[in-house]
Design a binder for this molecule. Structure first.
Ligand code: PEP
Ligand code: MN
Length: 300
């Protein structure tokens, strides 16, 4: 039996809620797995309010299901931008309220799980922490869905065993993410292992998504790999988007521009039904961003 994972927009305590909050019926929720196909889009890192709002609005308007953005960044060098921390989380919560998109963001430290969980709808455990067992246990206890990314040198069995740490805490809402493994060839940042998608199906009942941004490290390779991931049976994608990639504080070379992202999503929405997939996005009746997409067919 394949699992579907529901991601709910938090009821309250999602950052500082404003008065006039939406009722339960209006709160968007999205579903990953089953016959659905969901795209997560957003910047690598939250850099500023205007940077995030620009991208969040574009990502919502393009028909994505979730917003991503790192407030705690796992950088290779301690000299690099480490993220805005708590301020970044507050901006993400604000962007989520403004667009209606639930937010997924990375937590690096078990001590921050509670803080991050107050601002996000889904917690991300990054590649570098796939086998950080105290963190896996803590996110397992958080009660929120978890996006678990494959370590850059982890086998698929190790990835599934890492997901078992989360599930042992009573949390079955786990989504696995293939994001590329180390190879000998510097032509791409990592080697995107698309065979991992069907191979993982035999090992786990969890939804599986693909991150072609980190998987290639090159913006021009993201669209072809995104199409291939859908064809390979992925349940969704995670894609980095930045309005000015050259000025990005992290991962600029792999960021799509908003217009490129929107074009890709139009294409994927057309392909999805051919592959027996249903396009999923956060729906909330009272949001401008939830107007039907230009090319969207709404069932009567
Ligand atoms: C990310 O998605 O922000 C990220 C840091 O990716 P990874 O953990 O796959 O390197
Ligand atoms: Mn990144």
């Amino acid at each position: 039996m394949r699992q579907t994972v529901h991601i709910d927009q938090p009821e309250s305590g999602h950052g500082e809620r404003q008065s006039g909050d939406r009722s339960r019926a209006d709160r968007p929720a999205v579903e990953l797995g089953g016959d659905s196909f969901a795209v997560i889009g957003g910047p690598c890192a939250v850099e500023s309010r205007s940077q995030l709002m620009t991208v969040a609005t574009a990502v919502a308007g393009a028909g994505a299901a979730l917003l991503r953005g790192g407030a705690f960044k796992p950088r290779t060098s301690p000299e690099s931008f480490q993220g805005l921390g708590r301020e970044g989380l507050e901006l993400l919560a604000e962007a989520s309220r403004a667009t209606g998109l639930p937010v997924v963001t990375e937590v690096l430290d078990p001590r921050d799980v509670e803080l991050v969980a107050r601002h996000a709808a889904m917690l991300q455990v990054g590649s570098r922490n796939m086998q950080n067992t105290p963190l896996l246990r803590e996110v397992g206890r958080s009660g929120l869905p978890v996006l678990l990314k494959r370590g850059a040198a982890a086998t698929l069995e190790e990835l599934v065993l890492a997901s078992d740490y989360i599930r042992r805490e009573g949390n079955d809402r786990v989504v696995l993410c293939e994001r590329g493994v180390r190879s000998f060839d510097p032509a791409t940042r990592y080697l995107l292992d698309l065979a991992a998608v069907p191979a993982l199906r035999a090992l786990t009942d969890l939804p599986i998504i693909v991150d072609p941004s980190h998987g290639t490290g090159r913006a021009e390779l993201v669209a072809p790999m995104a199409r291939a991931a859908l064809a390979a049976g992925a349940d969704g994608l995670m894609i980095e988007v930045h309005a000015d990639p050259a000025a990005a504080l992290s991962d600029g070379p792999q960021a799509m521009r908003p217009a490129e992202f929107a074009d890709l999503l139009v294409e994927l929405r057309r392909l999805a039904p051919l592959l027996q997939r249903r396009w999923v996005r956060a729906l909330s009746r009272d949001r401008a961003t939830s107007r039907p997409l230009d090319d969207e067919v709404i069932a009567p």
